[in-house]
Design a protein around this ligand. Structure first.
Ligand code: GRF
Length: 191
């Protein structure tokens, strides 16, 4: 019996190291297929990764994302069942949340509800962890709703933060956790 894989789109604005891990993970599996990569940044490294893996990609600016026509068509065309955010810098508009209830997930590089919300991304997060003297950090994978970083939490894992850690070394520890867990959790959520 052949099972149709769930088709997902990855939305990313930057380097795309998580996108790469997700693509590598699902390359040999039938549960989930990455069918589209969406970015708001035409220079994003993730678009090179899309080319490398032969995945169609679409660039949408903030207006096009909010207005929705072009993206909606692409989501139809590629039969997208769910969306994975991997460093996507724009707020997901209401129409998209409503089209995919509980089917959009995000990874945040800290232990929410700490260090989340507007403006808390990338090194801002790891600097805040360091400045507040936290003894741990980690990752949070959560459902996306119409507010930044506030949807239901699906999964968390933590790493220790010691006095010698810098924001950069915290970022490196957190990235290990992201790469280790995100593909597996995506598979659980979508397949
Ligand atoms: C990751 O830290 C992720 O947690 C955050 O954005 C970053 C994306 O990094 N939401 P990359 O482009 O996948 O390397």
């Amino acid at each position: 019996m052949s099972v149709t894989p769930k088709h997902i789109a990855i939305f990313a604005s930057g380097t795309g190291s998580n996108a790469r891990k997700i693509l590598e993970y699902f390359a040999g599996r039938t549960t989930v297929k990455v069918a589209l990569i969406v970015s708001n940044n035409s220079n994003a490294g993730v678009l090179d990764i899309a080319l490398e893996f032969g995945i169609p990609s679409l660039v949408v600016n903030r207006e096009a994302l909010n207005q929705g026509d072009e993206l909606n068509k692409a989501l139809d065309k590629y039969g997208i069942d769910g969306i994975v955010l991997a460093g996507f810098m724009l707020l997901i508009p209401a129409w998209l949340v409503q089209r995919y209830p509980n089917k959009i997930i995000n990874i945040h590089p800290a232990l929410l509800p700490k260090h989340g919300g507007k403006g808390m991304y990338g090194m801002h997060v790891h600097r805040a962890v360091k400045e507040q003297g936290d003894t741990e950090s980690g990752i949070t994978i959560h459902v996306v709703n119409e507010q930044y970083d506030e949807g239901n939490i699906i999964f968390q894992d933590s790493c220790s933060v010691v006095p010698d850690d810098t924001p950069e070394s915290i970022a490196a520890k957190v990235q290990v956790l992201e790469h280790q867990h995100y593909p597996r959790i995506i598979e659980q959520v979508f397949s």
